[in-house]
Design a protein around this ligand. Structure first.
Ligand code: PMP
Length: 410
């Protein structure tokens, strides 16, 4: 029986000293999340996390992506601790910066160089700036709705943003070759970059794997325009394919943005690119007070090595497949079918005939009260710590959640 006392107290205190009590995608309230979803957390261990009231959860959100190898992964934490003992933010970068760039260029198929920052938004913004520096063009193409960060161009909420901030954005429909080609044709000669995610992972709607013809069309359009193809792997990085998400399609971008899972939770982002863009990349001015800090770089080296050694994409995919099969079967038996859409390792749950998400909220609420942290409208994440035993324990608890729902007739 879970309690919410400390969480409630912290929310009340936060409301006094933090605008809105919380901001951005981590805002938890009655409009955004089911009632049982915790706002504040104490700790994590492998596939588990505990909220500030001591409630234990099997964590299918994995910090919204960073936790690829499980919370407090011993190898990553040991590498970080060894660097911490030497210093983190020194007067300049440590050797870890060069080593991490070598690991990335040795792992990501198209990468000839790497630059580092803190957040995914830093990496996507830097990519656009480098593309503009290289081409002398201003506009960039993005899929409608697709999220690429919180800056003035990308933020989904327009409070505090001017039309001028958005003036150089041209939108197309994801997976729609004709709309992509029409957008290119309408702005031909003015396009610096096409930014795109490896699959369609918009919130609230079913996820869609990429149509290989669409990926190829994006590559061809960028090449024909002399624009950069910028793949936003902030969310997908090291979960789909360690060589790059579109490598198995034979489509190589010019630039790729990473963050989230890159250092298993330590704060770092990377932009990698091809030789053709290295001159422009060396001309732009990009920096930050903490961008050369060494601890996250040491963690990143350990994370990528471990992700490659374990084959993290294969492990998280099979864990996700087990979860998907179990959950979908339970949902059918309960008479309220749901689908886990998108790649198995990053599923988004969608109930049939649930346009207002009532069932998704009721089910995730019931699961959370039983110690399974799920999300009603955003994609979730598997980690390599989600063993068969962990997934099976989660499925016992979700069966119980479905039993409650059938009795309540939600
Ligand atoms: N691109 C994608 C696809 C993302 O999912 C996110 C973060 N959710 C970002 C960019 C922005 O990353 P950050 O929040 O670290 O700035």
């Amino acid at each position: 029986t879970e309690t919410r006392t400390r969480d409630g107290e912290l929310r009340a205190r936060a409301a006094r000293v933090i605008p809105g009590g919380m901001y951005g995608h981590m805002l938890v309230n009655e409009h955004t999340m089911p009632p049982s979803f915790p706002q504040f957390y104490d700790r994590g261990e492998g596939a588990l996390t505990w909220d500030v009231d001591g409630n234990r959860y099997i964590d299918f959100l994995c910090s919204f992506g960073p936790m690829l190898l499980g919370h407090r992964n011993p190898r990553v934490d040991a590498a970080a601790a060894a660097q911490q003992a030497l210093g983190d933010t020194l007067t300049g970068p440590s050797a870890r910066m060069v080593e991490l760039a070598e690991v990335l260029t040795g792992t990501i198929a198209h990468a000839d160089w790497a630059m580092f920052a803190k957040n995914g938004t830093d990496a996507t913004s830097m990519g656009i700036r480098i593309a503009r520096a290289a081409t002398g063009k201003a506009k960039f193409l993005k899929a409608a709705v697709a999220y690429h960060g919180a800056n003035d161009w990308f933020t989904p909420r327009t409070a505090g943003v001017t039309d001028a901030d958005r003036a150089n954005i041209v939108e197309f429909e994801y997976n729609d070759v004709a709309s992509l080609r029409a957008a290119v044709a309408a702005h031909s000669g003015e396009i610096a970059a096409i930014i795109v995610t490896p699959f369609r992972h918009d919130a609230f709607v079913p996820q869609e794997l990429v149509d290989p013809a669409f990926a190829r069309a994006a590559r061809e359009a960028a090449t024909a325009e002399g624009a950069a193809l910028l793949l936003d792997e902030v969310r997908t990085g090291f979960r789909l394919d360690v060589r790059g998400a579109w490598e198995s399609l034979g489509v190589r971008p010019d630039l790729t943005a990473f963050s989230k899972a890159l250092a298993n939770g330590y704060p770092i982002a990377a932009l990698v690119g091809t030789d053709a863009l290295s001159a422009a990349a060396s001309e732009v001015y990009v920096t930050g007070s903490f961008w050369s800090s060494a601890v996250p770089m040491a963690a990143g080296i350990a994370t990528i090595r471990e992700a490659v050694a374990l084959d993290a994409p294969a492990l998280t995919r099979s864990a996700g497949a087990r979860f998907k099969a179990g959950l979908e079967a339970q949902s059918v038996a309960a008479g309220m079918p749901l689908e886990l859409t998108g790649p198995e390792q990053m599923p988004l749950l969608v109930f049939a005939d649930d346009v207002h998400k009532k069932r998704a909220f009721a089910f995730t609420d019931a699961a959370i009260r039983r110690g399974v942290l799920l999300h009603p409208w955003h994609n979730m994440f598997l980690s390599t710590a989600h063993t068969d035993e962990v997934v099976d324990e989660a499925l016992l608890r979700t069966q119980d959640a479905f039993d409650e729902l059938t009795q309540l007739d939600v």
